[in-house]
Design a protein around this ligand. Sequence first.
Ligand code: CA
Length: 450
Amino acid sequence: MSQISRRRFLLTLSATAASSIFLKGCFGNPPERGTTGSSSPTVAPIALTSETTPETTTAKLGFIPIFEAAPLIIAKEKGFFAKYGMKDIDVSKQANWGSARDNVEIGSAGGGIDGGQWQMPMPYLISEGLITKNNVKIPMYVLAMLSTQGNGIAIAKSQAGKNIGLDVSKAKDYILGLKQSGKPFRAAYTFPKVNQDFWLRYWLAAGGINPDTDVNLMTVPAAQTVANMKTGSMEGFSTGDPWPARIIKDDIGFMAALTSQIWEYHPEEYFAMRGDWVDKNPKATKAILKAIMEAQQWCDVEANRPEMANILARASYFNIPADILTPMLQGTYIMGDNQPEIKDFQKAAMYWKSPRGSVSFPYKSLDLWFLTESVRWGFLPPSTLDNNAKALIDQVNRSDIWQEAAKEAGISSADIPTSDSRGVEKFFDGKVFDPSNPKAYLDSLTIKKI
Ligand code: CA
């Protein structure tokens, strides 16, 4: 557009409408590749002050192609990172959780990543050197929760008609019978000792099935889970959306339970970065957090979910048709095996707020549940819980940085939690976790490894 024709054009428009056309047409915002239907333009950058100008405009953040990654992908594609001055953020697909761990260990300077999406308590296990090469301690900071819900337990079609549902006690005799016949029920997660392992274990144990002795649990990379269900080399797997929907779509299995049924508004995956990167780049860290928070708010607008599906569907992200993603993002789950379909937006993955409060804020009480559950299954020693693990959690969980970033971003004070405790948590089987007394929770559980 020439200067003269642009000037004439602008004269005929209101200032607001003109600025959006100006930005879209003349500044060459990146096109929204592969989207269908209308897409709102990316946002304009804010004016930065000396307080908010980031130390760097780049960081490399890893993601795994499941719904939990949406805030990182949306922050990039909708221009929220750029809005806060982080115009060169690289959102990088990781082959699997082990690769993400290896990549954060070497950092972006070594060709890896500075942080990104994690199952819990991976940032703790990396910080403590429990899952790194040669047990090197790489301090990590937990900075935000990415999402709640949006995970589930899928079961192979060969197991249909055996009453394997949310209350798995109804299938206990069947599952114990498999073990007695020498062909135990096999179930997989994509990385051991983290969320998906915990959901599977919690669900089985609530039904009176000991996950360590009554079934075989194993690690299977996400990309192989569908194939393994098809070939019959496992009977179940615990994973993030959209994989369970592929099981239904390809008619190779059904859903036994959604994590939203096991624990409403449970903690799911987290955003965490290397501590040395955060310490060196405190303003850039807050800029990244502000962008993630804005993306999380955008993701929770139900009307944005079809556009969200279109963005996540792209080859560089999930590489899955948007029409498979959209129903789950809207809370529609076909459960299969003669179970009623779920149609409830409140059961979908959520990113910013839930009836339990902030989703984005990294409540320390939820970290304590993950550490307590790790003790329950013998993954961490009971001494981890001395003084309710406060020293360890205070070192890794930087809810203070989240609060500062939220204030700087002008988030309403009602949406900035002032307490690090979300209070007492309730599970579908009636158990409760009181973060002021994790040992009472452990005592209340029948099946455990301590
Ligand atoms: Ca997950």
